[in-house]
Design a protein around this ligand. Sequence first.
Ligand SMILES: Nc1ncnc2c1ncn2[C@@H]1O[C@H](COP(=O)(O)OP(=O)(O)O)[C@@H](O)[C@H]1O
Ligand SMILES: [Mg+2]
Length: 229
Amino acid sequence: MTIAERPPVIDLRDVTRTFPGTPDVQALRAVDLRVDEGDYLSIVGPSGSGKSTMLNILGLLDRPTIGEYVLAGTPTKNLGDDERAAVRARSLGFVFQAFHLLPRRTVLENVMMPMLYSGTPRADREPRAREALRRVGLDHRVDFRPGVLSGGERQRVAVARAVVTRPRVLLADEPTGNLDRATTREIMELFEELHADGLTLVLITHDAHVAERATRTVRIADGRVEEVA
Ligand SMILES: Nc1ncnc2c1ncn2[C@@H]1O[C@H](COP(=O)(O)OP(=O)(O)O)[C@@H](O)[C@H]1O
Ligand SMILES: [Mg+2]
């Protein structure tokens, strides 16, 4: 198959997500979004506009109320929870604002963790984790616990953990939200290196300086999405 024939990595078709309440909240309204292999997309929008809801759906952590999510050509609607977890482990990497590292585990153990579920042969896990940590410049910190690392180092560990399974797409929700400017720049440079190496990247942010570094941007406002550049 040539690249042109490949289905988009992400294909949201007319997706609405409603949270029940009085009144109901329409967090996403009839959203269409396609992300192709090798894209570097930023999603911007103010607080409460639906960004995390979108990321949760893209990450198979939540389901559309209406509409379809096709991931790398596979419709996800009828997948059961176990299948969704398996697709998540094999195909998706996550980076969050608050790092979400396990405090009692070493850096190396944290990075090995997702390979427990991704089908990576046991013997490959440690070398792969060490390679991912080398990739993010943290090979000298493998035996440390997250608590003694700086914020930027913790986020590097989280990035290593997200890419160690070689996902189809990396989903990042406000990955620089807890970082100062200099560290933000370092993490963005790291993302850009990974993108240059072929990683498909979807990055959610409310920081315009972060967003404009992507090759493509969509804006989300009140649950509706529009292409910016
Ligand atoms: N689990 C939930 N239950 C009810 N309302 C929710 C839930 N999650 C998000 N919302 C609402 O949906 C809207 C979008 O939220 P969210 O996607 O978290 O926005 P953002 O990440 O852009 O700040 C907000 O009005 C929020 O209050
Ligand atoms: Mg959010």
